[in-house]
Design a binder for this molecule. Sequence first.
Ligand code: NDP
Ligand code: GUE
Ligand code: MG
Length: 284
Amino acid sequence: MTNNIIDGKQIARKVTEKVKKRVEDLKTLGITPGLAVVLVGNNAASQTYVNNKTKTCEKLGMYSVLIELDEQVSEEELLKQVELLNDDEKIHGILVQLPLPNQIDEDRVIAAISPLKDVDGFHPENVGKMMIGQPTFLPCTPFGILKLLEYSSVDIAGKHAVIIGRSNIVGKPMGQLLLKKDATVTYCHSKTKDLHVYTKQADILVVAIGRAKAIDASYIKAGAVVIDVGMNRDEYNKLCGDVDFTSAKEVASKITPVPGGVGPMTIAMLMENTCLAAENTCKN
Ligand SMILES: NC(=O)C1=CN([C@@H]2O[C@H](COP(=O)(O)OP(=O)(O)OC[C@H]3O[C@@H](n4cnc5c(N)ncnc54)[C@H](OP(=O)(O)O)[C@@H]3O)[C@@H](O)[C@H]2O)C=CC1
Ligand SMILES: Nc1nc(=O)c2c([nH]1)NC[C@@H]1CN(c3ccc(C(=O)N[C@@H](CCC(=O)O)C(=O)O)cc3)C=[N+]21
Ligand SMILES: [Mg+2]
């Protein structure tokens, strides 16, 4: 098939163009949306994502701060940093880059972030709101995937969406958001027996497992829409997804590449959520 590649970079540009206008409007009210990113340790991959985030903030006229903490930082110290950001009026969004080192309880840190500044949508209060359909910050990666589908004119209602992966940050919320859009949703994970049986039925297949090129064409129904969330390095240290793009693009009706698919959308939705957090401060 030709021309069936979903251009995440281009769609992300369209999304951020709209955010930029909202930022300009906020500035006329004297508010500059501000994002704080907290990075613990110096993992090379995390550094790249974090740089992309701060660069995009600058491009949109937003304020951003990067707080880098030592790999050995104590949970207490990290929680203190989060508190300072919760109380900082220039900061509307807080993102603590995951995963965190072993001495730190991730759940405790996420719960310490003010739900009003939780632009990742990971705080239990916001997860709960998402589950019952109340307005809140939606997790950036699944939210970005919804936008990709929307901009690519993919109908969701009545379709069978199969999600491989059930993490709190990608797979689980992805299923909820697709369910809300009236898809019939199936979750698969590492204990799923005979993965092919499920994936072969998927009209929309979202792959978020973290294993380079694990899903090839044999898992995909002809004409399916394939969304590849994975961010891995292949045997040549080249960036690649969880889907074997070369074979999959021959059977899929639409497919996202890596890089240039889901990743840029994650960043775009983070900007949108941060802008929303700043707008929310104007309401009463
Ligand atoms: N582009 C982007 O914006 C983002 C990309 N990512 C990337 O997406 C990928 C997934 O991330 P994340 O959800 O955080 O990963 P996790 O490691 O938290 O979760 C992986 C999930 O995949 C399941 N799984 C693992 N192996 C298999 C298998 N062989 N068959 C079926 N299911 C399997 C696991 O099952 P079980 O629960 O049973 O262990 C788990 O639910 C990674 O490559 C990550 O780098 C992540 C976030 C954003
Ligand atoms: N609290 C928290 N929130 C997150 O949203 C979060 C996180 N922790 N931990 C790690 C994952 C991963 N993630 C990505 C973001 C952008 C790209 C991205 O920009 N990708 C580009 C380029 C990548 C590159 O060039 O290396 C692309 O796919 O085209 C990828 C991955 C957010 N995550
Ligand atoms: Mg930990």
